[in-house]
Design a protein around this ligand. Structure first.
Ligand SMILES: [Zn+2]
Length: 192
């Protein structure tokens, strides 16, 4: 029965609504991976631990890789993880390095940042004044805001769709784990 383990994991994460990442909040390894200690006192890498609970055993010798869209090494969302070999691991690291080296202004706005911009526009602020004050602590350029304003309907529709997808990606592995727990309970009850 994995329910206690699942509970322990759920209590140790913060789920990002933007990215769907399950970001580990407890102890971390020196290179940023979550660490979890089981009842017997053994410590594991949290993302590997979570993957095995929700998805099943990791083949021996396999690397567990974060998907390119995942933003944190501390993320343990099983749907952001996949098994791979060393070659894929290296390729992922190179890609991550490129991403990390991008200047902040080159990164796409988050859904929350776009929302804050739309709210500011609705509040009567101009693109210029929003660019001056920044959004959620981040600098945004005036042309960027004008672009959002011009394509607002399409952008908002796309964001709503993304948000739904994020919620589904968060719930799906939980649902599966619950279904398995229920199956297990039923078979225990039937055996009794
Ligand atoms: Zn993630």
């Amino acid at each position: 029965m994995e329910t206690n383990k699942i509970e322990q994991l759920i209590n140790s994460i913060n789920i990002s609504r933007e990215t769907g990442c399950w970001v580990w909040q407890k102890g971390k390894s020196r290179n940023g991976y979550g660490l979890v200690t089981d009842k017997a006192g053994t410590t594991f890498l949290a993302h590997r631990y979570a993957y095995e609970i929700f998805r099943g055993p990791i083949p021996e010798g396999a690397y567990l890789l974060h998907s390119p869209s995942c933003v944190s090494k501390a993320c343990i969302n099983p749907s952001h993880l996949r098994c791979g070999d060393q070659k894929e691991n290296m390729a992922d690291r190179r890609a991550a390095g490129r991403y990390d080296n991008q200047p902040a202004r080159g990164k796409a706005l988050t859904i929350a940042e776009r929302k804050a911009i739309f709210r500011a526009l609705d509040g009567g602020q101009t693109a210029y004044s929003i660019a001056q004050s920044g959004v959620l602590g981040r600098r945004v350029s005036e042309p960027q805001i004008s672009y959002l304003k011009k394509h607002r309907a399409a952008i908002e529709a796309r964001d709503a769709k993304r948000k739904r997808k994020t919620v589904i990606s968060i719930l799906a592995p939980l649902q599966q784990a619950l279904a398995e727990s229920v199956d297990e309970l039923c078979s225990l009850a039937n055996a009794a």
